[in-house]
Design a protein around this ligand. Structure first.
Ligand code: S3P
Length: 433
């Protein structure tokens, strides 16, 4: 277990790129595997989570060559083999849920299992609709937590209204829909990230989107593609928030994905009064990309709720840090989903901010943060959650204090270069056992 000690340096500034988008990297492997021909992926995120996806696909007979460019040798929609052993999905909810969608269409039985955190995460949200489509899905307890054994079947298309705005649920059902008879339609309560819709179209599968409903027809084929993965805005978030709240900072992140279904953090930083500029907006591989610069300045409180929440769900831990520094009371509501992420992020983020001296009230679906109190350095328990660990690092830099972040090795699930980049910008980081 690694303890990461973070202290501010003399400056915190620079221009940088962040690793490839995690959501898009997972999808590039999964869709590439189901395609006919080769898929070439540039800008791919190498991390423990995406390695889990690659490992599961390899276990079903897909050849994947990792390197600066990733090559996926597609086996076609019906070319996967039954795995000889359990599929290990590690810490990755995206791997687990999207894979269940694919496995629902296979003529074999497979078991997926992950780490202790994954074993707490609800999979009933995909199991229920996949059963309606005709798959047999057996998990643990009421919420169908992993390990899960799934036997694919002849699937029928369904029209399903999911109670949660979740791109993982939507994607699992659209993937299963590729194997189903007729049309599969998923309606969400709010828009979640739309990388699956965009990328499936890139692979040649028509996906119709009508308001909050996305539809696919079974029986199509995917054709191998070049996928250019943009920088991950969820990784950039730590540097953008640091740029706004670390005294004297100025940070530019180049080539970051600014898909509107993901870019809620930019709207919030703007609403809080951050010195934010967006340049070179362009489309790369079907995804909007830009260079984003943030400079330090005073922030004011804001409200985060409603349809904004799915557009920044993974950024809420670091936005809570911004709220603790801002003047006034920030309310985060409608964010109950935070309770079922890699940790219960309402609890884990509130705890470390309070330990630093912030005034945070925990609510069932969010937090109320009264900002502007002086913060002190502390010991932070990451609870094995990468985004909690990285948010605590940003909090130390902003407050000008030292945080000792325990179980920080989890950062490698999404962002193995995080501390290297922090050092490049001027922070002091030491890793110890
Ligand atoms: C993801 C969707 C989101 C997000 C997760 C990645 C995806 O989860 O929090 O980090 O790649 O589809 P939900 O679909 O559960 O909201």
């Amino acid at each position: 277990m690694t303890t990461l000690t973070i202290q501010p340096g003399r400056r915190f500034s620079g221009k940088m790129t962040v690793p490839g988008d995690k959501s898009i990297s997972h999808r590039a492997l999964l869709f590439g595997a189901l395609a006919e021909g080769e898929t070439v992926v540039t800008g791919f995120l190498e991390s423990e989570d995406t390695e889990a996806t690659a490992g599961c696909l390899r276990a079903m007979g897909v050849r994947i060559e990792m390197g600066e460019t990733v090559r996926v040798h597609g086996v076609g929609l019906h070319g996967l083999h039954a795995p000889a052993k359990e599929l290990w999905t590690g810490n990755s909810g995206t791997t687990t849920r999207l894979l269940l969608g694919i496995l629902a269409g296979q003529p074999f039985t497979a078991t997926v299992r992950g780490d202790d955190s994954l074993a707490q995460r609800p999979m009933d949200r995909v199991a229920i609709p996949l059963r309606l489509m005709g798959a047999a899905v057996d998990g643990q307890g009421d919420r169908c937590t992993p390990p899960i054994t799934i036997t694919g079947g002849r699937l029928r298309g369904i029209a399903y209204a999911t109670p949660v705005a979740s791109a993982q649920v939507k994607s699992a059902l659209l993937l299963a829909g590729l194997y189903a008879n007729g049309e599969t339609a998923v309606t969400e309560p709010q828009h979640s990230r739309d990388h699956t819709e965009r990328m499936l179209r890139g692979f040649g599968v028509p996906v119709e989107v009508d308001g909050l409903t996305a539809r696919v027809h079974g029986g199509g084929r995917l054709a191998g593609q070049h996928v250019a993965v943009p920088g991950d805005i969820s990784s950039a978030a730590f540097f953008l928030v640091a740029g706004a709240i670390v005294p004297g900072a100025r940070v530019t992140v180049r080539g970051v994905g600014v898909n509107p279904t993901r870019a809620g953090i930019l709207d919030v930083l703007h609403a809080m009064g951050a010195k934010l500029s967006i340049a070179n907006e362009r489309l790369e591989g079907g995804e909007p990309v830009a260079d984003v610069t943030v400079a330090h300045g005073p922030l004011s409180a804001t409200t985060l709720d409603g349809s904004l929440i799915p557009r920044l769900i993974d950024e809420l831990p670091v936005l809570a840090v911004a709220a603790a520094v801002a003047e006034g009371t920030t309310v985060i509501a409608d964010a109950k989903e935070l309770r079922v992420k890699e940790s219960d992020r309402i609890a884990t983020v509130s705890r470390f901010l309070r330990d630093m001296g912030a005034e945070v009230e925990e609510r069932e679906d969010g937090m109320v943060i009264r900002g502007g109190r002086p913060l002190r350095g502390t010991d932070v328990e990451s609870h094995g959650d990468h985004r909690v660990a990285m948010s605590a690092a940003v909090a130390a830099l902003a407050a000008g204090v030292e945080n000792r972040i325990h179980r920080a090795e989890c950062i490698a699930t999404s962002f193995p270069r995080f501390t290297t980049l922090l050092r490049t910008l001027g922070a002091r980081c030491a890793e110890g056992a």
